[in-house]
Ligand binder design. Structure first.
Ligand SMILES: [Zn+2]
Length: 269
């Protein structure tokens, strides 16, 4: 994986090269590049597409003009961010960027908004995957096939951004949602399935039921991973509204309710 990405990075036309340099680097791949483009043309197109997020939602975008970034992937990232911000406009997303995300396809992390003291979320999409749509598609498909990720109906970059957006919502109500995730699932399970077995041990059947969540919702040893479970449940329901598992629907609802109660307290709703 890393070898393919590294060699691809070296082959991409460098924007600082003069036209001669760019041409000679293209000529070595003449068979793969039937369309001759001016140097920097695709980079500018990708930046333009990403700038739409700033125009429509006021969020910052970085790194979309990096050389070799796939335009289809940029369109999917922007479309997912558009859809999520239209549906959850109060989610405090500061930026979406393409950058160095070691060992992951994307990552969400909290940061302080300049001059406000407010905390928001930055979403970073891996440059390695943004420049290699085949690797992105293969790795995400494999992860879905082995149950590690919830199914991503809308394509790999779109589904990845929706998952990261789930983290952004988690951060909105962080303490409540993450701490309550497992007990909330257990309460729902007891309420829904516990009647025929008063006082009985439901541990095993509960764990089987909870095990419908994607594999990424659990640590390697099998322990519940509330932060990833919430993001995965969010993605599962947003991407597959009719087919998402019951525990995913329970977590999705709790996550959205928690975020909304915070927005209500802030006078946003
Ligand atoms: Zn995650």
């Amino acid at each position: 994986m890393s070898i393919a990405a590294a060699s691809r990075g070296e082959q991409g036309p460098h924007p600082r090269l003069g036209s001669q340099g760019a041409e000679s680097s293209q000529s070595t791949h003449a068979g793969q590049l039937p369309v001759r483009r001016l140097p920097g043309q695709l980079e500018r197109l990708n930046e333009q597409i990403a700038n739409g997020l700033t125009e429509r939602h006021g969020i910052q975008v970085y790194g979309f003009g990096r050389p070799g970034v796939d335009t289809g992937t940029v369109r999917d990232i922007v479309r997912a961010a558009d859809d999520m911000l239209a549906k959850y406009p109060h989610a405090r997303v500061i930026s979406v960027e393409i950058g160095d995300v070691e060992g992951d396809i994307a990552r969400a992390f909290e940061d302080r908004l300049p001059n406000t003291g407010l905390i928001g979320t930055r979403i970073a999409f891996s440059e390695k995957y943004a420049t290699d749509p085949e690797l992105l598609s293969n790795d995400v498909s494999k992860a879905v096939q082995r149950g590690h990720f919830a199914p991503r109906a809308e394509g790999p970059a779109y589904g990845t951004i929706v998952h990261e957006f789930g983290h952004a919502l988690t951060f909105e109500g962080r303490s409540a949602a993450v701490e309550r995730a497992d007990s909330h699932l257990l309460e729902h399970y007891h309420r829904t399935y516990g009647h025929g077995n008063p006082g009985g041990d439901l541990t095993e059947s509960y764990e089987n039921w909870r095990g419908q969540l994607s594999g990424y919702s659990f640590w390697k040893g099998g322990d519940f991973h509330p932060t990833e479970a919430l993001a995965e449940a969010f993605a599962d329901v947003e991407l597959n509204p009719a087919r998402a598992s019951e525990p995913a629907q329970v977590l999705h609802k709790m996550l959205v309710d928690t975020a909304e109660s915070k927005w209500r307290k802030e006078g946003l709703l």
